[in-house]
Design a protein. Structure first.
Length: 151
């Protein structure tokens, strides 16, 4: 169940608060192959299971930017903004990929509101999203997502 914000003040009040975790989702070779096709990044670490099995990770791994893109799936599971005129993704700060995601692994997003700034007619929120890998000590991705909501 996402945390519901109904106004800019609700978002400001949430700074420093954890938003919980999304559901786990499994990374498939089909997802990785589709991402490779969409981006033109066909490096063997991602798309050649036989060669990748002999490589440094023992299997194909998801692209870092695929892992970052999953934040767009996870964030709505954690946050819902009601009563706004519109909202936009404004960008990301401090994106890191500390650990690879092997095909077949499960990942989820964990969020925390780290900043909020008043805008003319709205609010800009920064949510740190950490993409965890089930059973792994390091996260796959940590990114500060920036969203703007206009009320």
């Amino acid at each position: 169940m996402p945390r519901i914000f109904r106004c800019a003040e609700d978002i400001h009040a949430a700074v420093g608060q954890h938003l919980g975790a999304s559901a786990w989702t499994r990374i498939t070779q089909q997802q990785v192959d589709q991402f490779a096709h969409a981006t033109g990044d066909h490096q063997w670490l991602h798309v050649d299971p036989e060669r990748a099995a002999q490589g440094p990770y023992g299997a194909c791994i998801a692209h870092g930017y695929l892992t970052l893109a999953l934040v767009n799936q996870f964030l709505p599971e954690l946050v819902a903004v009601k009563g706004m005129k519109f909202g936009v993704n404004y960008g990301c700060d401090k994106v890191r990929f500390p650990a690879p995601v092997r095909v077949g692994a499960r990942v989820r997003g964990v969020g925390e509101v780290v900043r909020a700034e008043t805008l003319d007619g709205g609010v800009q929120s920064v949510v740190r999203m950490t993409v965890e890998i089930e059973g792994e000590p390091k996260p796959a991705c940590v990114a500060e997502t920036i969203s703007r909501y206009y009320f």
